[in-house]
Write a protein that binds this ligand. Sequence first.
Ligand code: UT7
Length: 324
Amino acid sequence: MKPAYSRIAGTGRCLPEKILTNADLEKMVNTTDEWICSRTGIERRHIVAENETNLDLCEKAACNAMQAADVAAKDIDLVIVGTTTPDQIFPNMGCLLQRRLGIHACTAFSLEAACTGFIYALDIADKFIRSGSAKCALIVGGETLSRMTDWTDRSTCVLFGDGAGAVVLQASDEAGVLSTHLHADGQYADLLYFPSGVSKGFDDMKSGKDFIRMSGNEVFKVAVTKLGEIVTETLQANNMTADKLDWLIPHQANLRIIEATARKLKLPMERVILTVRDHGNTSTASVPMALDVAVRDGRIQRGQTLLLEAFGAGFTWGAALIRY
Ligand code: UT7
């Protein structure tokens, strides 16, 4: 018999040891701690060491989630890694992670939906499980955006950080993932992008061309609108009002965007999980890392209702309502 639900069995995260503070950035570009804090809410971010890669972060996050879920490599029958910064083009990050963890022969792939990657992965894993195609999925969002950041561009380099977050999702008859909602609109592709790729060709990274480019202010406006719409869509799909939510776990790009979504829901900020101050924008890693922070510090309890949302390049955006 097919299970009624997929349910979060364990969470994990990994942040690189090295921390870059706003004071450090003041020495690198023409910026101030005051500007970064007031415009973004970010105070520090973690950055990978020279010999450290996204796969290292994903492996540690995955191990932590598997330990929390009390599952072994042999139990995992689906691996999905959301990322825009894979260690290599192929094999995909799912296969590379399989090898690190000793997981054999199950479906494994990576997907690229920018900051919404983890929500896309969650949606797909939930569908695999509810259709009976998988019983125990490992989903990871991992990113090393520092490797594609222009460290001389003050408009972007103050925003991003590295990290990985992971979740083990298991088949369950108890309520877990209640609904997922995915959207994308490629008409906005030129507002936030990395210009190069294998087929188009790469510029010399040192020429200053192959870096993240963002029209921040325009991205901001669309993000506020689309996130406002998607949290409403998610609640309506579940015949629910925001006062029944225990926690909002938003994509951590900018404190002002998060506050706008909370205002839309009339949700006090005490019920919003915030990591943007310490992590910066870690793209697809931000939601699973924020989830793990609040699970491990005891704020998120079994049986509570969580609303996850994210928005990123594409544009892509998505949300999930979860009974934890
Ligand atoms: O995760 C994927 C989705 N991404 C996002 O959601 C990011 C969305 N965008 C944002 O978070 C904000 O737009 C930013 C934080 C990127 C920028 O904040 P803003 O309030 O939109 O600032 P702005 O781009 O309109 O720039 C305002 C001023 C400009 O100076 P002038 O033209 O007014 O003189 C910028 O040159 O701030 C200047 N500026 C800076 N000043 C000090 C831009 N970056 C910096 C900086 N330090 N780091």
